[in-house]
Design a protein around this ligand. Structure first.
Ligand SMILES: Cc1ncc(COP(=O)(O)O)c(C=O)c1O
Length: 431
């Protein structure tokens, strides 16, 4: 009797979307580094946009409230848009801290920012629509893919701190359905200037005036401000609505606890924007079931109500993050002053430092020539024991000489050693 041949699992057919979905480049890189760490190597892993909870614990009060919420059996389904007290607290925080007017019914809670970004794309994009975004940037390519959108990626420039300008976006604005912006920006840790953001808003508004006549879908703006509380020195966070109130009709904000409160594993995020869009996002996420856990919602509401506690935590975390960013920045500049082909952009915000390693073409001690940013990255990992992420992993061209350093997992004390390791690795190269 003939037996039907069974295809091995790897040959099973799946959707074209799933087949072509690319995993996170950074998580892949972090996996390789963790393998080295497991093998006993001392690596400074500055790749992942996360915090070491031992160095950056969540607010003690938030933790207490989470435990209390479970003790109070807050364990059933939350409402699809999030519990009202949390939406009310966020509404008043937006009013007090950003002078933004969003009632609770224009705020949607989810299990972190990611589902909200997904829902924004799903609520706006039809298959084949175009999403315009700057690169380097975080995951816009993946969210576009998930919604079968065409990607219009615009490469930004170091002299603009890698923030997009209206002039760079203008050629694509007429064909785009969604403009995805982020400030402070992952991976650069830089922010929009007021003027820079205003020019972009004016571009969107003038495009939408044209579309209003044609009665077509407007150009929406997704404004991801998940890092907005983490600004340092004189840096100010600007948002589209405060600069151009007419943008309120087209802007969906993405925000959450993850970065501000070092609470990446707590999973509470929020979006706010036009009620119609927020309601559609709620319906989409209701089916996905991407709610923030009820107990975390109750706890977040109780915690964020206490604005003095929140403010004190933010002062503390900002001090901790900026002291790390400053120390690495100064270290890189000292190497630059010694003549090494490195540079860095002064830190402005978030948990990232933008560093240039101009090493393509350099020869290692065994005669190998470093021919692209991936090889440079590998060299720095093996010689300096430092894991960083090339901007090419955020969509920049493969020959970009820029890298992201993330500081949520390092101590201030280890930074001198880290800089000295880098110097040592650089000094072994022939240029
Ligand atoms: C710009 C940006 N938005 C959103 C997120 C995701 O946030 P969450 O962990 O709340 O899903 C990240 C995480 O790295 C991010 O960098």
């Amino acid at each position: 009797m003939e037996t039907a041949s069974v295809a091995p699992e790897t040959e099973l057919k799946v959707s074209v979307m799933a087949e072509n979905l690319i995993g996170s480049e950074i998580i892949k890189l972090a996996g390789e580094i963790n393998e080295k760490i497991r093998n006993g190597e001392k690596i400074y892993n500055l790749t992942i946009g996360d915090f070491n909870p031992k160095l950056f614990p969540i607010p003690a009060l938030l933790k207490q409230e989470i435990i209390a919420a479970y003790n109070n059996d807050e364990t059933n389904y939350p409402p699809a848009d999030g519990i009202l007290p949390l939406r009310q607290v966020i509404s008043s925080l937006l009013k007090n801290k950003m002078k933004l007017d969003y009632p609770a019914d224009q705020i949607l809670i989810a299990g972190g920012a990611r589902p909200l970004i997904y829902a924004t794309f799903q609520a706006i994009i039809d298959a084949g629509d175009k999403v315009l975004f700057p690169v380097p940037s975080w995951n816009n390519n993946h969210y576009s893919h998930l919604s079968s959108a065409q990607q219009l990626a615009v490469e930004t420039k170091a002299e603009n701190n890698f923030m997009p300008t209206a002039d760079e976006l203008r050629p694509y604005i007429g064909e785009a359905n969604l403009l995805a912006l982020c400030s402070p920006l992952n991976p650069t840790g830089t922010v929009f200037t007021k003027e820079g953001l205003k020019e972009i808003c004016e571009l969107v508004l003038s495009e939408n005036k044209k579309r209003a006549h044609a009665n077509t879908k407007p150009l929406y703006l997704m404004y991801d401000q998940i890092y907005w509380t983490l600004t340092f020195g004189n840096t100010v966070h600007f948002d589209p609505i405060s600069i151009c109130p007419e943008m309120k009709l087209y802007t969906i904000f993405i925000d959450g606890l993850s970065k501000s409160f070092a609470a990446t594993g707590v999973r509470v995020g929020w979006a706010f924007g036009p009620k119609k869009i927020i309601d559609k996002m709620k319906a989409i996420l209701g089916h996905v079931g991407a709610w923030a856990p009820k107990a975390e919602q109750v706890a977040s509401a109780n915690y964020m109500k206490q604005e003095n506690e929140v403010d004190a935590f933010l002062v503390d975390i900002k001090g901790k993050v900026s002291s790390r960013l400053d120390a690495i920045y100064k270290g890189i500049l000292s190497l630059k002053n010694e003549g090494y082909p490195v540079n860095a952009i002064p830190p402005q915000a978030a948990i990232y430092l933008t560093v240039q390693l101009n090493l393509v073409g350099a020869k290692t001690s065994d005669g190998t020539v470093l021919s692209n940013s991936k090889e440079v990255n590998k060299y720095i990992l093996s010689e300096a024991k430092i894991g960083i992420v090339p901007f090419s992993a955020f969509g920049s061209s493969a020959d970009s000489t820029w890298y992201r350093i993330s500081v949520g997992t390092c101590t201030v004390e280890e930074i001198p050693q880290l800089v000295s390791n880098l110097k040592n690795a650089l000094s072994k190269l022939q240029f």
